[in-house]
Design a protein around this ligand. Structure first.
Ligand SMILES: NC(=O)C1=CN([C@@H]2O[C@H](COP(=O)(O)OP(=O)(O)OC[C@H]3O[C@@H](n4cnc5c(N)ncnc54)[C@H](OP(=O)(O)O)[C@@H]3O)[C@@H](O)[C@H]2O)C=CC1
Ligand SMILES: CC(=O)N[C@@H](CCC(=O)OP(=O)(O)O)C(=O)O
Length: 347
């Protein structure tokens, strides 16, 4: 069995990692650590994870994290570097936060601020990294993995086949997203109060300020773009989970509906968790809830000369914990799909 510790176990991301680990045939759950909630009963924070309810939340210390094969970090931005530095090199450390995703320290400084912790192998197995190459090729044997941002996952999966095939202008991209509340974490924030958010849709991170912009650009550059320019606008909508990302791109000369469809079929035909829907069927977030699934659809808007892609994911599963477990499986040499499902919860 693989002994796994989770830091940030009381939060949304840590809780989802644990929900999936409880269903993983090779995982044994060790330490559950957090910050201010250390010392309390775990079931008080994650009452849906009944098998762990009587555990006690531990402090996030090297002593409590010692003796594990895998440590998941699900901490607020800026906290992962210091914790990871205290862990042995042969332990697999999987960071669900943003600290180790970006290659550019300038991007880190501009969008997050503070010291950049460094760059780890990127935990998006489906990322196109060259002709016939995928990021999953880089993960076997890795002992440090940076899990992508949830919005980044949705937008990258929506656009990368067209970018890699040269069917769109990567300097003319637009993405608008509908985002569930859990993406913002459990911390109390005024705009997340039920009286503010229920029955309302509100944009945030508008005008090029959202911290996922450089990460999307980094991914699409790896997929083959020389330069990426993207207008990115998320919108908070009253649902607990889910992201629906609508991304459009100016078509390159000669690109059309047939070449676009062929590129997406080729990119995702063999992927276990990314599904190109049959023509005419559009993704919904409800169809992805609880599943490690990304649903993708594409169309060409001839009048405006743009590709339109729509991608739905559960932000906590394919957008975080599911991608993290996929990466764990690959790093440890297990079948990539172990413990993961494409079966959702509906209605
Ligand atoms: N929510 C989402 O959809 C996604 C989240 N992520 C990333 O996952 C990480 C966690 O996010 P999320 O779960 O949403 O956030 P939450 O606010 O829900 O949870 C934060 C967790 O971190 C713990 N924590 C806070 N400060 C410290 C500290 N100083 N030392 C130890 N533990 C601490 C909290 O413990 P305590 O209970 O003691 O306060 C809690 O367990 C973030 O980096 C986020 O960006 C990534 C993709 C998607
Ligand atoms: C609704 C909401 O606020 N969503 C968050 C999701 C961010 C996230 O979880 O990704 P990181 O791991 O990079 O923090 C947002 O868009 O900022």
């Amino acid at each position: 069995m693989i002994k796994v510790a989770v830091t940030g176990a009381t939060g949304y991301a840590g809780g989802e990692v644990l929900r999936l680990l409880l269903q993983h045939p090779d995982a044994e759950i060790g330490a559950l650590t957090a910050g201010s909630s250390a010392g309390s009963r775990f079931g008080q924070h994650q009452p849906h994870l009944l098998p762990l309810a009587d555990r006690v939340v531990a402090e996030t210390t090297p002593e409590n994290l010692a003796g594990h094969d895998v440590v998941f970090l699900a901490l607020p931005h800026g906290h992962s570097g210091a914790v990871a530095a205290q862990l042995p090199d042969d332990v697999l450390v999987i960071d669900c936060g943003a600290d180790h995703r970006l290659e550019s320290s300038d991007d880190w400084a501009a969008y997050y601020g503070g010291e950049h912790a460094g760059t780890w192998p990127y935990g998006m197995p489906e990322l196109i990294t060259g002709p016939g190459a995928r990021q999953r090729d880089a993960l076997p044997g890795a002992r440090r993995v940076a899990v992508p941002g949830c919005n980044v996952t949705a937008v990258t999966l929506g656009l990368q086949p067209a970018v890699a095939a040269g069917l769109v202008e990567p300097t003319d991209l637009v993405a608008v997203l509908a985002n569930g509340f859990s993406g913002a974490g459990k911390a109390l924030k005024p705009h997340l109060l039920a009286s503010e958010g229920l029955g309302s849709a509100s944009p945030y991170g508008v005008g090029g300020s959202h911290r996922h912009i450089p990460e999307i650009a980094q991914n699409l550059t790896r997929a083959g773009a020389d330069e990426v320019t993207i207008s990115f606008t998320p919108t908070l909508v009253p649902m607990a989970r889910g992201i629906l990302a609508t991304a459009t791109a100016k078509l390159a000369a000669g690109a059309g509906a047939a070449s676009v469809r062929a590129a997406y079929e080729e990119a995702y035909g063999e992927e276990p968790f990314v599904h190109l829907l049959p023509e005419g069927q559009w993704p919904t977030t409800a169809a992805t809830l609880g599943a490690n699934t990304a649903l993708v659809q594409v169309a060409v808007d001839e009048r405006v000369g743009r590709l339109v892609t729509v991608t739905a994911i559960d932000n906590l599963v394919k957008g975080t914990a599911g991608g993290a477990i996929q990466s764990m499986n690959l790093a440890l040499g297990l079948p990539e799909t172990t413990g993961l499902t494409t079966i959702g919860v509906a209605p």
